[in-house]
Design a protein around this ligand. Structure first.
Ligand code: T1G
Length: 694
């Protein structure tokens, strides 16, 4: 065994050379890895006794891509192209041995090998689109030559990780190795290449599958049309499609690769990829809690209790059943319990009908859910989550009763979206075991989980909750106790301004359009109609005091009544409503407001800058650990377009001096709701950004 460099070894097994990478955490193609690979292959090829080469990785995975943390900086060492050339031009067969995930540049390296062997649990993909890029090392030129154009289009624009069996079926992998026997299987495969004098098969030379697509531009037109909604606002998917088109229409591999290179550089230099790469690391940074070290002991969560089988309780329960953790769901009345479990079963059956999993899986997951009317049945749970009414008295009563029933050492969590977790904890004798687990509706779908640490919440309970979030596939952000925590506290700013703008002269559909064009999936008024305008509305107490109340009093309660701010046709397609227009005009008249024309720019600034300012206050008060945590909340819980990075990233990009100037102008015009935060003023004075706040 020769150590080529700290991350690369070269060894021999008879006449088969073995190049082994070991660069934790994911063998990303850092400068060290690229140098090691180039040198190892040069040395292996220079050895006359070597008749074949195996490329394999130690650790959790095959190469998971280029080292994203290197982007934007000066690239050092051997280029990825140099490495690929060493492999593809090898005079002896090269076999890539894949486990874990061969992604991005990792798969592009494997595609330069002459053959590929993988274990069944391995996956291959070109997920660069998720960080606003495209496979820049020939992936868009080689993949369609193996998988065909349609499959390649799907893979590069979705970033999907394709399981090894499917890779075998499409020819991306040549043989499956038994789990745990990858190395010996790959070496045996290499020996077979030698014995059978297998050809040095280069993917780049195989044009058959491209021929099949030549003269069929409709393949691309149809693909674009079918995915227009999904790709709206993003630059990378279209660039990926153009690369696959170039593979089909170019006269040579080199010509296609030139097109790929040009489009790659355009994306790499653009704002969207910078934002999406930032979002990638922000999500992972959120797992790092400065005062809760990685080795903090955690509490094993083997049995969960959920109180409330409504929309939230049912959705929360599904997360644990999906992860194979048994859940006891407690309701007060049998019919509510039955109804709740029926909704859960319906959700699962819909997923099964959609092919997401089998009816068997439905029964398995339902089998993990036990209904009960008795809190006593929660006594041996390791974690109990309440999802009852958002009223402090009700929550405190539930927690006091849980405290008396549930075993010592179990975690008691509240799903409150707003209320003071410390006050809830004060109803128990175990405040160190009380925490907020704020799920977002629909709880079985939305990835975000705001984890609210109380004053007395212990580090073990925090560490356990952060780890549990990963187990149930959530993106966890640790936040502090304050009204609305991080997401809803900032949303309140946008909601206030959206309503104010409509009073002053904008129409709901103007505000929605501006935010939709910014990249949100829908604006606040369309969202209100979707959720129902009557959430929290009580007919008896309604006094036409807001436009929303007037609409509810007219039974225009949103999509479910066929009309809200918008009118809806039988397919729930929305259109601006003259009825709403009149309601707004009358309402303004009653308030003595003379409407004015409001520019799209003012609508956007009035909706977003107060949110950014509130984010600054959250940072000042230490209710979020870092500005990128705030962005992770908005990217995963509120539909902030990932290609704009999040509110704080966006503020840094716009320029905090501009945000401050606008907030000061608005404050002068409309009062202290726009008072700039002290942190915003300080950062501007110091010429610093939110990203600099540690
Ligand atoms: N570069 C740098 N660091 C990376 C990385 C990468 N490609 N992938 C993961 N990490 C770090 C991550 O930040 C975290 O660090 C740790 O590894 C574990 O990651 C030329 C241009 C592989 C499926 O997009 O999808 O190749 O927080 O928490 O949940 O055409 O990581 O521990 O300090 O996510 O088990 C293309 C991105 C790159 C793959 C593992 N490749 N990575 O998931 O662990 S661009 C990707 C992932 C490219 C070429 C183009 C996932 C994973 P820390 P993790 P995981």
């Amino acid at each position: 065994m020769t150590e080529i460099n700290p991350v690369t070894d070269l060894s021999r097994d008879g006449n088969v050379a073995i190049v082994t990478l070991n660069s934790p955490p994911v063998n990303a193609l850092s400068a060290n890895v690229r140098d090691g690979l180039a040198t190892a292959f040069q040395q292996a090829k220079a050895d006359p006794e070597v008749k074949a080469i195996v490329l394999i990785c130690d650790g959790r995975t095959f190469i998971a891509g280029a080292d994203i943390s290197e982007f934007g900086g000066q690239m050092k060492g051997a280029s990825l192209f140099d490495v690929q050339k060493e492999i593809e031009e090898s005079p002896v067969p090269v076999v890539a041995a894949i486990h874990g995930t061969a992604l991005g540049g990792g798969l592009e390296v494997a595609l330069c090998a002459h053959y590929r062997v993988a274990v069944p649990s391995a996956k291959c993909g070109l997920p660069e689109v998720n960080i606003g890029l495209l496979p820049g090392a020939g992936g868009t030129q080689r993949l369609p030559r193996i998988a065909g154009v349609e499959k390649a289009l799907e893979m590069v624009t979705s970033g999907q990780h394709v399981p090894a069996k499917q890779c075998l079926d499409m020819g991306l992998v040549d043989e499956l190795a038994p789990e745990g026997k990858l190395k010996e299987t790959a070496v045996a495969f290499a020996r077979k290449c030698i014995a059978e004098n297998k050809p040095l098969r280069k993917v780049r030379d195989n044009n058959d599958k491209l021929q099949a697509a030549k003269g069929h531009p409709e393949i691309f037109a149809n693909f674009r049309k079918a995915n227009a909604r999904k790709f709206r606002g993003f630059k990378a998917p279209e660039a990926n499609i153009q690369c696959i088109e170039a593979a089909v229409n170019s006269a040579s591999f080199e010509e296609g690769q030139q097109a790929e290179r040009k489009l790659f550089m355009e994306l790499m230099m653009g704002d969207q990829s910078a934002a999406q790469r930032y979002a990638f690391f922000a999500e992972r940074q959120a797992n790092k809690i400065p005062d809760v070290p990685d080795d903090t002991p955690t509490i094993p969560i083997r049995k969960v209790g959920v109180i409330g089988a409504g929309t939230m309780g049912g959705g929360i329960s599904m997360n644990f059943a999906n992860a194979g953790i048994p859940v006891t769901v407690v309701e007060m009345k049998q019919d509510a319990l039955d109804r709740g479990l029926k909704v859960v079963r319906g959700n699962y059956e819909r997923s099964a009908k959609g092919g997401r999993f089998t009816m068997d899986d439905v029964e398995k997951r339902m089998g993990l859910l036990t209904g009960s009317l008795n809190l006593e049945d929660l006594k041996d749970c390791d974690l109990v989550i309440e999802a009852v009414f958002e009223r402090m008295d009700i929550k405190k009563d539930v927690f006091a009763r849980l405290d008396g029933v549930v075993k010592q050492g179990a975690i008691l969590a509240t799903n409150t979206s707003y209320l003071n977790v410390d006050e809830i904890a004060s109803a128990t004798k175990r405040p160190e075991y009380v925490i907020g687990l704020h799920f977002f509706s629909p709880a079985n779908v939305m990835r975000l989980l705001e984890i609210v640490r109380g004053e007395k919440t212990s580090k073990e309970v925090i560490a356990t909750s952060m780890k549990l979030a990963k187990t149930i596939g959530k993106v966890a952000v640790l936040v502090g106790v304050c009204p609305g925590f991080v997401g809803n506290r900032m949303l309140a700013q946008r909601t206030r301004e959206a309503n104010a703008l409509v009073l002053e002269g904008a129409m709901p559909w103007d505000v929605d359009r501006v935010l939709y064009d910014f990249g949100f999936p829908m604006g606040p008024f369309a969202m209100g109609d979707l959720a129902g305008l009557d959430i929290g509305w009580v007919k008896e107490n309604s006094r036409s005091s807001t436009i929303r109340e007037v609409l509810c009093e007219m039974d225009r309660r949103g999509q479910k009544t066929g009309a809200g701010f918008y009118d809806y046709d039988e397919n729930r397609n929305a259109k601006p409503s003259p009825v709403t227009e009149k309601v707004i005009a009358d309402f303004r008249a009653k308030q003595g407001i003379n409407p004015r024309t409001i520019s799209d720019e003012e609508i956007l600034e009035r909706c977003l800058y107060p949110m950014i300012n509130e984010g600054a206050k959250i940072l000042e008060e230490k209710k979020a650990i870092r500005s990128s945590d705030i962005d992770t909340v908005w990217l995963n819980g509120y539909g902030w377009p990932v290609y704009r990075g999040g509110p704080m990233f966006y503020g840094d990009r716009v320029g905090l001096d501009k945000v401050l100037a606008k907030m000061t102008e608005f404050q002068g015009r409309m009062g202290d709701a726009f008072k700039p935060s002290a942190l915003l003023e300080k950062l501007v004075a110091d010429g610093r950004k939110f990203a600099d706040v540690k």
